[in-house]
Design a protein around this ligand. Structure first.
Ligand code: ADP
Ligand code: MG
Length: 744
């Protein structure tokens, strides 16, 4: 069938005009300054870092306002933000009484009442606010001598020659409300897009192929961009949003799946299992039986390591499920082939603990041969030199460390495996740095104790294979969890300390966890996930380590108890020595922040008391609980909260207390979290973020998109027939959004 030239050119058919060639020049790549001029374009660059038309057009409205939401002047609330459609009745300028300068005062009316607008030293407003002009005004209502007014309101005037009907139709359209800054108001953004960009936009390439768009009943990209920014009605922006949301999932999944393929195509050194090697000796010497899950996952890893392509595997398993043992076995298989392993831990405390437990697990003979070595930022110059030498010479077959391992002067003789413990604190970029220290790409193993719902795994770890250790080793003690609701039972506070003293009297040890270090300082240097603390709650004081230590020392119930504080502001060696004394039983109770959240192993610790538990996220609470019940002692976990029953904060705490099943909790967490929290709090902010997609809500979109992408990549792995998708992926990657995603 003969095709029309415009079809061949990829024009969108009927709507393309004779100006097609010229307008095709303006696409998503066009610099904003070409269209808007330097000065205006700079506003967008300064406010959001935007440089291209595509940047600005994917700045989607946060929501849409409707005429029905406009405030009538007859019932103006004070101290609230209002949006009003009204007509300028009167405008005048007068000098200020006390100071130099002028005041422009305009009076507007909507037929139900009047309101005055005040501007200081902006005499030019007078030229705009001409009596008879209608417009939309917004600001916070204040009262001056009893009269309601808006000071320096935002406004947008309707065209002077707009008929009443035009104004009506304009007013009945949904008004897009954009994420804005003080320098760049929502209206300014709307107007720029509506008048400066969209009318000149030519054809835009759609990363979603036609056939898929048809099947999924999606709009074409160009239409959807218009629909989301300038909808005629609500149905318009909803359709557009669904299309763009799918497209976002589609491009993201394509990027992840392609990355996975790319990694699989590179060559790695195969590390075969060796009979009677280190790994075999280690297994033989184990004092316990591996669980079935540990075996299965261990076999998967052993198989992966023996392939000439890099392993990229995520192992998720409850706290205490024995992931470290599995990782250690993998490191030994690599050592059997002369390769080194790097074990990356999120904190100094954990890195040194891992080193100790690795040395203990290996026993003296294997340790002497494999020379496990610690590299952290806190080594003395001499220690550091020795450690670096062991790494670069290949003497140390296992190198354990923190971020310090990533530094330039750490090099390896033959790095074969990178193990990343507690993934969520390391981004893809950091993993890449470590990978770069090997001559051929190393195998990679990521461990996480945070159970990940399927769609989150798909989005955040879409480039990894996932294994799960669901079983806990036999003989694990039950953990009992209770909420201590101080809102309803303030007296129970004393009971908490009674329970603590009972545990200590029985020869056990107790953790007390606080959200803050001192009245002023919160823990943020080693902070775990961004907690979804409400802004208003942040204002009320929370339990701090300092105050709690003082209170415990003054509490007669706990007289003579050996206690210490542990938090991220302490020097590393001090933290380490506190952890060591606690592990050795020389302390009865430690009051800590979330530094102890991940991985710390003290089998004799029986009680975990979390103060102001509602300040922590679901997975954090679950992790904290995992610190007890690790040995032969049953665990007790008290979540103390002043949050009232029925609040979201309280629901979270209740949910954790109600189940020990981390996977069920991860799903519940997803339900309880508000939009946008799953991938971190800044998800709706800067460029490197998801825009319309929310992992918590859009699981089915993500699954559909992933299935569509898989099928497409199967028939066209290099995307040579899908250049628009290929370039959309490239754009996404340059945004470094993957780094962002992996930090989630
Ligand atoms: P994770 O890293 O998953 O939190 P670890 O590997 O640190 O768990 O294991 C927690 C504790 O359980 C360690 O003391 C470890 O020696 C022990 N352990 C691991 N696997 C088993 C098993 N199959 N049976 C008994 N104890 C085990
Ligand atoms: Mg661990």
């Amino acid at each position: 069938m003969p095709r029309s030239p415009s079809e061949l050119l990829g024009e969108s058919g009927a709507s393309s005009t004779s100006g097609g060639t010229a307008s095709r020049g303006i696409g998503l790549d066009t610099p904003l300054r070409t269209l808007l001029g330097e000065r205006e374009a700079a506003l967008f660059t300064r406010a959001f870092g935007y440089r291209t038309v595509g940047d600005l057009l994917t700045h989607y409205p946060r929501r849409y306002a409707h005429r029905g939401e406009l405030t009538a002047l007859a019932d103006l609330p004070t101290d609230e933000d209002v949006t009003i459609v009204a007509e300028v009745k009167h405008c005048s300028t007068r000098p200020m009484r006390q100071r130099h300068g002028t005041i422009v005062e305009a009076v507007i009316s909507d037929g139900t009442g009047t309101l005055s607008l005040t501007f200081f030293n902006q005499k030019w407003r007078e030229n705009e606010l001409v009596p008879g002009r209608r417009g939309i005004f917004a600001g916070k209502v204040n009262r001056y001598k009893g009269t309601p007014q808006l000071t320096h309101p935002e406004y947008e005037l309707f065209d002077a020659d707009a008929s009443d009907e035009d104004a009506e139709s304009w007013q009945s359209r949904p008004i897009p409300i954009y994420p804005a800054t003080s320098a760049l108001a929502s209206w300014k953004i709307a107007k720029t897009i509506r008048e400066g960009i969209l009318p000149r936009l030519g054809h835009v390439d759609d990363p979603v192929p036609d056939a898929i768009a048809r099947e999924r009943k999606l709009e074409r990209f160009g239409k959807a961009l218009r629909g989301i920014h300038t909808p005629a009605d609500d149905a318009d922006w909803r359709r557009a949003r669904d299309t763009l949301r799918y497209q976002e999932a589609f491009v993201l999944q394509a990027a992840l799946l392609q990355e996975r393929e790319r990694l699989r195509e590179t060559a790695a050194t195969a590390r075969m299992p060796v009979a009677d090697g280190y790994a075999a000796r280690f297994e033989k010497a184990l004092t316990f039986e591996l669980t079935d899950d540990q075996r299965t996952v261990g076999d998967q890893i052993a198989h992966d390591l023996a392939q000439p392509v890099p392993m990229n595997r995520l192992v998720q398993g409850e706290v205490g499920s024995g992931k470290t043992v599995v990782a250690l076995r993998a490191m030994l298989q690599v050592a059997d082939n002369g390769g080194q392993s790097a074990f990356l831990a999120p904190t100094e405390v954990l890195a040194s603990q891992h080193l100790r437990s690795i040395v203990a697990a290996l026993g003296p003979d294997l340790s002497a041969e494999l020379m496990p070595t610690l590299i952290t930022g806190r080594l003395t110059a001499a220690e550091r030199k020795k450690a670096l030498l062991r790494a670069v010479s290949g003497q140390a077959q296992i190198v354990v460390g923190t971020h310090a391992l990533l530094s330039e002067n750490v090099s390896f003789f033959d790095l074969g495996l990178v193990v990343v413990d507690e993934q969520h604190r390391f981004g893809v970029e950091q993993r890449d740095v470590l990978r770069g220290k090997a001559s051929t790409p190393p195998h990679q193993l990521v461990l996480t104790a945070t159970p990940i719902p399927r769609t989150v795994a798909m989005t955040v770890f879409g480039d990894l294979d996932v294994s799960t250790i669901a079983q806990l080793p036999a003989g694990r003690q039950r953990i009992e969890s209770f909420v201590v609701p101080l809102a309803e039972h303030p007296r129970w506070e004393q009971r908490i300390w009674e329970r603590a003293s009972e545990e200590i009297a029985a020869g056990h040890q107790v953790f007390v966890v606080c959200p803050a270090i001192s009245a002023k300082e919160t823990e943020d240097d080693e902070l775990a996930e961004p907690s979804d603390t409400d802004a208003d709650r942040a204002a009320t004081p929370v339990a701090s380590v300092e105050q709690t230590v003082a209170a415990i020392q003054a509490n007669p119930l706990l007289a003579g108890v050996r206690i210490a504080a542990l938090h991220g502001r302490m020097p590393a060696d001090e933290k380490d020595s506190v952890m060591r004394s606690f592990a050795a039983g020389a302390l009865d109770l430690i009051v800590a922040t979330t530094v102890i959240e991940v991985g710390v192993d003290v089998p004799n610790a029986s009680a975990m008391i979390v103060l102001d538990a509602d300040r922590f996220g679901v997975s954090q609470l679950h992790q904290l609980r995992g610190r007890v019940g690790r040995g032969s002692v049953p665990g007790l976990c008290l979540f103390v909260t002043a949050a009232e029953a029925g609040t979201l904060a309280r629901e979270r705490v209740d949910a954790v207390a109600a189940t020990l099943d981390g996977f069920a909790l991860a799903e519940a967490d997803l339900d309880l979290r508000r939009e946008g929290d799953v991938l971190g709090s800044n998800q709706s902010g800067g460029r490197s973020s998801l825009r319309l997609l929310r992992v918590a809500r859009d699981g089915s979109v993500i699954e559909k998109a992933r299935a569509d992408v898989s099928a497409l990549l199967e028939s066209d792995p290099k995307l040579s027939d899908h250049p628009a998708l290929a370039s959309a992926i490239a754009d996404r990657l340059t945004e470094r959004s993957r780094d962002f995603l992996a930090r989630a």
